[in-house]
Design a protein around this ligand. Structure first.
Ligand SMILES: *Cc1c(COP(=O)(O)O)cnc(C)c1O
Length: 387
């Protein structure tokens, strides 16, 4: 039997059947260029309009405030670069544990807020930074963290940004469809989202931009997206994103209730293992996320062993990217290097079954035991314990 258990939904998700069906029309039948004047083009244009309305409804904004992009990363780059970096104006406040598509865009005029071991940014720290720095133009704080799933106090942050009259952007790629979002009541000026994290396809995203802002385009050379994002639209991808976000918002409550039950079962079982910790607090957290550190274990070795059993999961250590540095997110929480190295991220989706969870829970403990038996670090821990 070829077991395949996918527990890495923060990395990407399986496309939903309704999304795929909805998209296929715009690949095979209504495949016209939305800029063309004839009927085939007008069909495609109408489909984009519909998708824009669906995304706007999910965020409580106007359709003309939604711009489709090629990814969540592009949305982040666009918002931050065109708001501050290229104009060379103003300081940006962000947090230590943002996605790299935020951190790598920022220039020298950046203030990094700390993240505490609960995995949260503190509104008091933001208020203090704003009161001490008069030239802040933009605050960018992620809605939910992609590694540890902690949900930031976005309404409070939005309130503070409004009080100090600075712009507020949030990378909501992990939050959209999982947490209720209202950009107006939360005082969010710009918000990034991505299709492939919510059961749409890879290579499509969106940026919400409050209509009172005039954000210059990042990609030039065409009149698409109201002159703000050049390039023939990814019509099928956009249609799929519209369907996916509508579905996610409609299912949210029921889906989260089911995910929480599954998550609790995993949490209770995994915490029985010796010398394991949960990274980030359990309460203010996405219903599908758990992130553990196992002492005396290398995250990469753990992933390989799980893979041999057909289980796909993720680790905070970045050895695959050619560096031995552990994740900047886990280090931001204050974890020592050796503990950050032994992390395991489990992220569920609405497709995750109880059988898959049973299988994972059955496979994990013997793998941990086997790896620890080979680990000099673990041997030291045990020796110290014995003394
Ligand atoms: C996945 C992710 C991104 C990047 O989105 P892409 O569409 O893959 O470029 C950005 N931010 C967060 C928090 C993410 O999880």
């Amino acid at each position: 039997m070829n077991t395949s258990v996918y527990l890495d939904n923060a990395a990407t998700t399986r496309i939903s059947d309704t999304v795929l069906e909805g998209m296929s029309v715009y690949l095979k039948e209504s495949y016209g260029n939305p800029s063309s004047l004839y009927a085939l083009g007008r069909d495609a244009e109408r489909a984009i309009t519909k998708a824009r309305e669906r995304v706007a409804a999910a965020l409580n904004c106007l359709p003309q405030e939604i711009y489709f992009t090629g990814s969540g990363s592009e949305s982040n780059n666009w918002a931050i670069r065109q708001c501050t970096v290229d104009s060379g104006q103003g300081t940006v406040i962000t947090s230590e544990f943002e996605h790299h598509a935020v951190l790598h865009v920022l220039g020298n005029n950046t203030i990094l807020l700390p993240v505490y071991d609960n995995g949260l940014v503190s509104p008091e720290d933001l208020e203090k930074a704003l009161s001490e720095n008069p030239y802040v133009k933009l605050v960018t704080i992620m809605f939910a963290n992609n590694e540890i799933g902690t949900v930031q106090p976005i309404s409070e942050i939005g309130e503070i940004c409004k009080k100090y009259n600075v712009l507020f952007h949030t990378d909501a790629v992990q939050a959209v469809g999982n947490i209720p979002i209202d950009v107006k009541s939360m005082n969010i000026d710009m918000l990034s989202l991505s299709g492939h994290k919510i059961h749409a396809m890879k290579g499509v995203g969106a940026l919400y931009v409050n209509s009172r802002l005039r954000l210059p385009p990042l990609i030039l050379g065409g009149a698409q997206e109201n002159n703000r994002r050049a390039g023939t639209e990814n019509v099928a991808g956009i249609v799929g994103l519209g369907i996916a976000i509508e579905e996610a918002v409609a299912d949210m409550e029921q889906k989260n209730a089911e995910l929480l039950k599954k998550r609790e079962r995993i949490y209770n079982e995994v915490m029985k293992i010796e010398r394991v910790r949960l990274n980030g607090e359990l309460q203010r957290r996405l219903a599908n996320n758990l992130n553990f550190s196992f002492e005396g274990i290398e995250g990469e070795a753990l992933l390989l062993q799980l893979d041999l059993k057909g289980i796909s999961a993720s680790s905070g250590s970045a050895c695959t990217s050619g560096s031995l540095d552990p994740s900047h997110v886990l280090l931001a929480l204050g974890l020592p290097h050796e503990i950050a190295h032994g992390s395991l991220r489990i992220t569920l989706s609405k497709y995750t079954t109880d059988n898959e969870i049973d299988y994972f829970l059955q496979q994990l403990p013997p793998i941990i035991e086997k790896l620890r038996a080979l680990s000099p670090v673990w041997e030291n821990i045990k020796r110290e314990e014995a003394q």
